[in-house]
Design a protein. Structure first.
Length: 190
């Protein structure tokens, strides 16, 4: 009995060291060498200050920036999740109508039924950093007016949207998209 207990404890200690310490350190080292940006959270730095991550959406509520899709969790990555309102929820219906009306009003959209779905529905995680090019283009007039852009700056903004548009993943999964944080950083350079 004593030898079995000793063997079991040695095995537990060996596996704890192997799977709890050695393996994670090796994988972290490989990730740091092979994918340094991604393994550190794809952080974006401006003037030696971290301003966000490419992977996590964040709130922009100023009229002079592109807006991301809504978040049911206030863009807080800790409780990542959705509102869990079902398709028959009256609360969801009112929330969607309010978001559609607000987006349409703020961006001078004449036909509010054409407001892109990502601007009225929060993502499942509440942290999606992307919008479609159509959603970005609908916001350009508001941004140009707020920033008093000239015709040359308008052309540069439209070119920036085109340049930053990412294709569907593996060319067939999902749809074209633009990372809002990266777009807003580029917007500040115009």
């Amino acid at each position: 009995m004593r030898t079995q207990l000793t063997t079991a404890l040695r095995f537990l200690l060996a596996m704890t060291l192997l799977t709890g310490l050695i393996y994670p350190l090796i994988m972290t080292g490989i990730a740091q060498i092979a994918f340094p940006s991604k393994s550190n959270g794809s952080l974006l730095v401006k003037n030696d200050t971290v301003i966000g991550s490419e992977l996590i959406g964040q709130e922009f509520d100023s009229i002079s920036y592109f807006w991301p899709r809504p978040s049911a969790i206030g863009y807080n990555p800790v409780p990542s999740g959705a509102s869990n309102y079902g398709p028959t929820s009256d609360t969801l219906r009112k929330l969607v109508e309010a978001r559609r009306d607000f987006f349409g009003k703020m961006n001078s959209v004449k036909d509010i039924s054409s407001v892109p779905k990502e601007m009225i529905f929060a993502s499942a995680s509440g942290l999606d950093p992307h919008i479609t090019p159509a959603a970005a283009l609908l916001q350009t007039d508001r941004i140009m007016a707020a920033r008093h852009f000239t015709a040359v700056q308008k052309a540069e903004l439209l070119e920036t949207i085109k340049r930053l548009t990412e294709p569907p993943q593996f060319l067939f999964l999902g749809e074209e998209r633009i990372n809002v944080l990266i777009l807003n950083i580029a917007l500040d350079k115009i």
